[in-house]
Design a protein around this ligand. Structure first.
Ligand SMILES: [Zn+2]
Length: 150
C-alpha cells in the first residue's frame, strides 16, 4: 500500500531482522497516521536530494524489534516517525545528512550513524522541528553534536 507517491507501507515496515527472528512488525492502527506523515516527510527529503531514489533500510520498529536491533529506548522508530535512509545516487550518508540539514525539510533530528546511514526523524504532526544534528560513531560513546565524519 502506497502511503505517498514514492513510499509504501511495506518499505516503511520491512525488517530483515524481524523476518529472520520470526516476529511480526506490523504497526498498530493508531500509528498509521504517523507513518503517513513519515512518508510525506520523506517525499520532502527526496526532493532535497534532487529527486534521487531514497532507500529506507529501517522505518517503523515494534518495541521488540527496536530492542533486538539495539535501538535507543525512546527511539522515534517505535512511533513510526523516523527512518534510516540511504541515497547512493546522491552521495554517501554524510552528504545525505548535510543536504537534508541545508534544506527546509522540517527534520526533528538528523543523525549520521556509524558512517553507514542517515537517520532522520520528524516531529509529530503539529509540533515544531528541533533540527538537531548529531553523529554516532561508537555506540558506547553515544551521540555527539554536529554532522561529522567518522
Ligand atoms: Zn534510525
Amino acid at each position: 500500500m502506497m502511503l505517498s507517491a514514492h513510499f509504501s507501507l511495506e518499505e516503511l515496515t520491512a525488517s530483515e531482522v524481524a523476518v529472520r527472528a520470526g516476529i511480526g512488525n506490523a504497526p498498530p492502527p493508531e500509528l498509521m497516521s504517523n507513518l503517513v506523515h513519515l512518508a510525506e516527510s520523506l517525499e520532502l527529503v527526496r526532493t532535497a536530494l534532487v529527486n534521487n531514489a531514497v532507500h529506507v533500510t529501517s522505518g517503523y520498529r515494534s518495541p521488540r524489534l527496536n530492542q533486538m536491533v539495539g535501538g535507543s529506548k525512546h527511539s522515534m522508530h517505535m512511533q513510526g516517525l523516523a527512518a534510516d535512509i540511504l541515497c547512493p545516487a546522491f552521495g554517501p550518508p554524510l552528504e545525505v545528512c548535510r543536504a537534508i540539514a541545508r534544506s527546509k525539510v522540517p527534520a526533528d533530528e538528523i543523525i549520521h550513524e556509524f558512517g553507514q546511514w542517515c537517520h532522520v526523524a520528524f516531529p509529530p504532526p503539529g509540533q515544531l522541528a528541533r533540527h538537531e544534528l548529531l553523529t554516532i560513531r561508537d555506540a558506547a560513546i553515544g551521540a555527539e553534536l554536529g554532522l561529522r565524519t567518522v
